[in-house]
Write a protein that binds this ligand. Sequence first.
Ligand code: AMP
Ligand code: GLY
Length: 426
Amino acid sequence: MKVLLIGSGGREHALAFKLAASARLSHLYIAPGNGGTGEFGENIALNISDHAEIIAFCTTQKIGLVVVGPEAPLVAGLADDLREAGFNVFGPSKAAAQLEGSKSFTKTLCDEMNIPTADYSRFDNVEEALAHVREHGAPIVVKADGLAAGKGVTVAQTLEQAESAVCTCFSGAFGEAGAEVVIEECLTGEEVSVFAISDGERFVTLASAQDHKQAFDGDKGPNTGGMGAYSPAPAMTTELLARVEREIVAPTLVGMARRGTPFSGVLFAGLMLTEDGPKLIEHNVRFGDPECQVLMMRLKSDLLELLLASARGDISDITPEWRDEAALCVVMAARGYPGAYQKGEVISGLEKAQSESVRIFHAGTRREDGRALAAGGRVLGVTALGPTITEAQSATYKAIDNIDWPGGFCRRDIGWRAIEAEKENS
Ligand code: AMP
Ligand code: GLY
């Protein structure tokens, strides 16, 4: 079967790696791909926002499955248009992608289905929003309603920060995404992610994973898309997962089906483990990045079979299997990220750093004369397997020390929480 994978990040390089391992794959195209994805398929320069161009490509190439990696094309309705043209698509419809595309949509669904989440209010004007934060004080969380490329959320520790976040949203900094603002109570606890593959009706949860959002060691500094991840997450016990399935995943899928907009694809629930139990922070409608990298390293089953079953609407025969080993991914980013950064520097030593148990997933690179050049904020996701998280971490940093890229930086403490837990249990 020919597969078209949409996207250009580390997540897509990891998906390409596992799709390429499937005996059912005859050819993989990645649109547009990056400097690493060509290892597993053919990069193809399609304009992702031109749905007619993608449909024409799928028709000519007789594509058997389209896998949509990022959220933006899903929110824009790419899956709907491809399905209407008769193609199998892994990823939700535009209506179901509202779970990520609109924070206030998800909050309404939480109310309807009794899904535990942070208390919230929504505002469409700056005065009322400011009055609300002044009344409640800090800490408090201010969110632009729509997609803002991960930049629309402020966890304000002071009233000034909260006021400034409200003003930023309404000033048009996030365009339409900030026309409505959701203000939430600040939850405290440990954050974990749960991924569930759904066919619109049934679901199966994947191995647990946890990421580090802050840019610097000690979980300090600005929020980013994710500076590292690991799997399994020791905090996610079997009992807790069962509770999350019952209280959060199942009611979300039931609620979406009841509305006549069933969700198929991968539901990524970001959770806070509070003293009152797990609460939903947000839903995403795609794999996490870099959580996907660690999940793909641990997945033993055929990824193509799994995604195709979801796309075709019946996952009842699918039980994903996982390696016992742990996986850990450290993101190497361009100095300055998540702020301004340089592009174009040559990265070397990548071949030497890779081995049977260490893979380097490219996130923001491009190829020039066979060399890899930095071309984004998050540039590489160095990922290793190991018998424990502690060992996976040391293998990852050993590989990183072989990479020559003066303009890059990474955190040196990815997985610290899990490593502490392993120490306590040993
Ligand atoms: P989101 O884009 O909604 O995932 O928010 C980004 C990050 O902000 C989350 O991963 C959390 O670390 C943090 N966050 C979001 N909402 C809350 C909340 N209600 N309480 C505490 N932290 C939050
Ligand atoms: N790593 C979190 C995300 O993909 O949103």
